[in-house]
Design a protein. Structure first.
Length: 704
């Protein structure tokens, strides 16, 4: 039997006192022949009891989303609530993995070094707290959410010391390292005021990436050199009015320097930037009003000359064209009506009508174009803008949105969506990820395992989108990747929408006790900036693109700056400008999920097969890798463990369960070895290992 519920344990003494009495009374009946025995239990004991019962169980393949505790009470608002914190949590995990990796690669040199003593522990703890069901969900009171944010910020500061120490050890120089965490609004004192500076870019992925770096500057032209002194193409573009309005007085850069940086797997590259006097370079960037197209050799995007909105997207490689209209809308949040008192709040999404309202029918736009990037700046309103961006060699479209402060002067709560309308015949189907991994098919107004009567046409069809959502027909698939968790749906065939922000005037009676108003830094309402990545391809080839791109979005390179010339530090070979901890890049269907220090001489290693079965002809198949040949770091004595790394895998005893007929799927698991040389991962499989690391003198590694 279950005991208690939410809000029930504020005073534990009467709870356990009364429960003790009930247990004693029930168990006393055994003297009269009762076979009931009541004990305090745990989930482990309960599961064991179910297993001993030897019953036959059905297999559930779907999830429980979306859920509701009433006909008009769908818990789908928290999929988007507090979008800035959701974004910060995602960035914090990214930085934590960078911190973990560099700490593991350099050991004691990262923990105690020229920048002080620190470790990844504080950020790991803060990230653990942020996973609470009222933290990353956005369902805490404002002052509690502020505390979650502060904890993450302090964790960042601790890891900045670790990263600085590790980079000094790996580069062999002591630099004046600086971190610019406001690059998304073009703020970085190190680059705004310096005539020359260095840029260190660390790549936490197991494959090489090309990162387009955007740095706030005040010069018209710059020379960029790579790790070997080679010239790197660069361009300068003006900082947009949108960005200046968001940052206010935080920065004073008028330009952004853009250059592509190629970064080796699990490693870094150093770039040097020098301001030059060749003014003509600036004029390579053209600014034009009312653009009609942007394009590179892979994609072309058409814009409607009357509205300024996207009208069609072309994949030039695959010769695919899809009419697409993208715009921003808002749902008017319910304050309760005759059907139900339920309001829209931090937990609950309940619009007062099924049709959202346009933010703007037409947009003011202009084009910025040069050899590296083409981007259209769209102004939808004083509180909503977007940049449609296409870099010269990328196979996807980038949409950078800025929303807020959401106006509430009309006493209406608003829930803002970015919607894509196409002519795809989707038959009520769309697809979302489950925790960034498995793709689940969703069917509008339907549930897989029970008869369902829809009572909320919009909220009842919303699902969590942690990394991607897509719609498709037999020929074309439109995939949108997110940079944070959001709510999303396909309310009508051929349409796809993501909720990017919400500001509400009433509590929804689920425990927060205050409306989701989010005052923001200046008390006027929160401004949020984020990115959506859009991929247009065939259904057969889409996974090859979005799986790789999703990982790159999830674990993006970390940029560290330095000014001046670093002094030599613990190196006998001179400075190192490029480094990789892998002997060769990992294949696209193998992902380095975790590389972290477990003990002073132990490394925690998790490898993941990121593809799902049958979604890719090229990559949905087993992948075999030799662990001992992966790393340039000296690792040995590999021991496979459970996923949590708290038990050797050969000590784990799985329960055996009987399943009902016609519900017995087959699952493939890689074989286990005590000290594996070669391991195999099947699609969606994760395998976890502990390995012994041998740090070389001064933590200097083979930089091949």
């Amino acid at each position: 039997m279950t005991m208690g519920s939410d809000f029930q344990y504020e005073n534990s003494i009467p709870w356990f006192k009364n429960m003790d009495k009930l247990i004693n009374i029930v168990n006393a009946q055994q003297a009269n022949g009762s076979k009931v025995n009541v004990v305090y239990s745990t989930p482990t004991c309960y599961l064991s009891a179910l297993n001993r019962a030897n019953l036959s169980w059905p297999i559930k393949m779907d999830d429980f989303f979306p859920y509701a505790d009433g006909a008009h009470m769908f818990w789908t608002g928290y999929f988007t609530s507090r979008p800035a914190f959701k974004g910060y949590e995602r960035l914090s995990n990214n930085f934590l993995q960078v911190c973990n990796q560099l700490e593991a690669l350099t050991g004691e040199a990262a923990i105690h070094g020229p920048y002080g003593s620190s470790s990844s522990l504080e950020l790991r703890r803060a990230m653990g707290v942020a996973q609470h069901h009222d933290a990353v969900t956005g369902t805490a009171k404002q002052h509690v959410n502020d505390d979650y944010t502060l904890r993450l910020f302090k964790g960042w500061k601790s890891c900045e010391v670790v990263v600085s120490n590790a980079l000094s050890s790996l580069t062999g120089t002591k630099e004046n390292f600086a971190f610019c965490n406001l690059l998304n609004i073009s703020v970085c004192p190190s680059t705004e005021t310096s005539k020359s500076f260095s840029v260190f870019i660390y790549n936490p992925l197991g494959r090489a990436v090309t990162q387009y770096v955007r740095l706030p500057v005040n010069g018209a032209a710059y020379e960029v050199k790579g790790p070997s002194g080679e010239s790197i193409p660069s361009e300068v573009v003006p900082v947009s009015k949108f960005t200046k309005e968001v940052r206010r007085n935080k920065g004073n850069a008028d330009q952004e320097l853009i250059f592509p940086g190629q970064i080796p797997p699990l490693g870094f590259s150093k770039f040097t930037v020098q301001k030059i006097s060749a003014q003509e370079r600036f004029f390579r960037t053209k600014v034009k009003k009312n653009p009609s197209i942007i394009e590179n050799k892979f994609y072309r995007v058409d814009f409607d000359p009357d509205t300024g909105l996207i009208s069609k997207i072309h994949n030039l490689e695959k010769k695919i064209s899809l009419p697409v209209t993208q715009n921003f809308f808002w749902y008017n949040a319910s304050v309760g009506n005759s059907d139900s008192y339920q309001t829209s709040g931090a937990y609950i999404f309940r619009p007062n009508q099924s049709q959202p309202l346009l933010v703007s029918r037409n947009v003011r736009s202009y084009l910025v174009k040069n050899s590296l990037v083409q981007e259209v700046y769209q102004n939808f309103s004083s509180w909503c803008s977007q940049v449609v961006r296409l870099y010269s060699d990328q196979r996807y479209l980038e949409l950078e949105w800025t929303v807020g402060p959401i106006p509430i002067g009309d006493d209406k709560g608003k829930e803002i969506i970015s919607r894509f309308d196409t002519n795809l015949q989707t038959k009520g189907l769309f697809y979302t990820d489950a925790n960034g991994r498995q793709i689940l098919q969703r069917k509008r107004n339907s549930r897989d395992t029970w008869a369902f009567k829809q009572t909320e046409q919009v909220a009842g069809n919303y699902y969590p989108v942690n990394s991607r959502i897509f719609i498709k027909d037999k020929n074309v698939q439109l995939t949108v990747l997110t940079d944070r968790s959001q709510g999303g749906s396909s309310i009508v065939d051929g349409s796809l929408e993501l909720m990017v922000h919400r500001r509400l005037l009433y509590d929804d009676f689920r425990g927060v006790g205050e409306p989701l108003l989010e005052p923001g830094q200046y008390g006027e309402g929160l401004v949020v900036r984020g990115k959506l990545l859009l991929v247009l391809d065939t259904p057969e080839a889409s996974a090859d693109v979005h799986r790789k791109l999703g990982l790159q979005q999830y674990l993006s390179p970390q940029i560290v700056f330095s000014t001046g010339q670093g002094a030599p530090y613990r190196s006998q070979h001179g400075p190192t400008n490029q480094f990789s901890a892998l002997r060769a890049a990992l294949p696209d269907n193998l992902h380095l999920l975790t590389f972290a220090q477990h003990e002073p001489n132990k490394i925690l290693l998790r490898l993941e097969h990121p593809f799902q079965g049958h979604e890719s002809v090229n990559y949905s198949k087993p992948i075999t890798v030799n662990l001992k040949e992966l790393f340039s770091v000296s690792l040995s004595d590999f021991k496979e463990t459970t996923l949590a790394a708290n038990l050797p895998k050969d000590k784990m005893k799985r329960m055996q369960w009987k399943v009902q007929k016609d519900s017995n799927p087959t699952f493939e698991h890689g074989s286990s070895f005590l000290d594996p040389t070669s391991i195999t991962l099947n699609p969606m499989e994760i395998r976890t290992f502990l390995a012994t690391v041998q740090y070389r003198k001064n933590a200097e590694w083979d930089s091949r």
